[in-house]
Design a protein around this ligand. Structure first.
Ligand SMILES: O=P(O)(O)OC[C@@H](O)[C@@H](O)c1c[nH]c2ccccc12
Length: 262
């Protein structure tokens, strides 16, 4: 392949992305359901199902995925929301993936999964169809978190406020986050430990908070453990991206709520 061939091949990919973005933009905007209401009103655990091609900790997960087909299967199998990883460099996602899913599924809550450091990224996420953004406590200072939180809320965008330890949970409570995600994966070491949910959830006892357990969830047993700790929702990527039968996997992890004694 000459360099020109390689550049043109890359451009073809980019053009496909642009087409997905413009196809979405030409559609009339529809308001999505609230993930918060969905989590708080459900009698089963809410599953936020993620479209994730690759990750820095796992490498390739499912590179050839069709994000639209994947998201449609998630919804059909009972997902409460779809999360689309849009980071390009480390997760091989894109805003085009988000737009494509947004166009195909107009009502379901849609999370733009990225590393937000500036308001302009929130605008971009909304522009591509997201109704929820992620704010990672470990990545920002409290002032920045508060600024981005308030900005998102002013746009009526939901915020999943992600924490990994007690101190970050305190920050989330101080800012007034109504959806808190406890990440079982340490983003600095990539180590996954499901007991992080148990430890950190002990600090978040307010029933008005929609508590989400994130990462490393594979089996029904894992979900029962998260639910016993107080999680009303789970965020699942890899397990669903590798599943041969999404419906069966969802059936296994979508447990009824309220069985465990807190
Ligand atoms: O694939 P898993 O282990 O099911 O994890 C999903 C999700 O929790 C994970 O993708 C995630 C949680 N927080 C993040 C922040 C950035 C990037 C990715 C993430």
């Amino acid at each position: 392949m000459t360099i020109l061939d390689r550049i043109i091949a890359q451009k073809e990919k980019e053009v496909n992305e642009l087409k997905a973005i413009y196809a979405y933009k030409q559609q009339p905007k529809q308001k999505r359901k609230s993930l918060y209401d969905q989590i708080q009103g459900s009698d089963t655990i809410s599953v936020i199902a993620e479209v994730k091609r690759a990750s820095p900790s796992k490498g390739d997960i499912n590179q050839t995925v069709d994000p639209i087909a994947q998201a449609m299967q998630y919804k059909k199998a009972g997902a409460a929301a779809i999360s689309v990883l849009t980071d390009r460099q480390f997760f091989n996602g894109s805003m085009a993936d988000l737009s494509a899913v947004a166009a195909a599924l107009p009502e379901i809550p849609l999370l733009c999964k990225d590393f937000m450091i500036d308001r302009v990224q929130i605008d971009t996420a909304v522009d591509h169809g997201a109704s929820i953004i992620l704010l990672i406590a470990a990545a920002l200072k409290e002032e920045q978190l508060k600024d981005l939180y308030d900005y998102a809320k002013s746009l009526e965008v939901g915020v999943l406020f992600e924490v990994h330890n007690e101190q970050e949970a305190e920050t989330a409570l101080k800012i007034g986050a109504d959806m808190i995600g406890i990440n079982n994966r340490d983003l600095k070491t990539f180590e996954v430990d499901l007991s992080v949910t148990e430890r950190v959830a002990a600090l978040i006892k307010d029933e008005r908070i929609a508590l989400v357990s994130e990462s490393g969830i594979r089996t029904r047993k894992d979900v029962l453990q998260a639910e016993a700790a107080g999680a009303k929702a789970i965020l699942v990527g890899e397990t669903l991206m590798r599943a041969d039968d999404i419906k069966a996997t969802m059936r296994e992890i979508r447990i009824p709520l309220g069985r465990a004694v807190r």
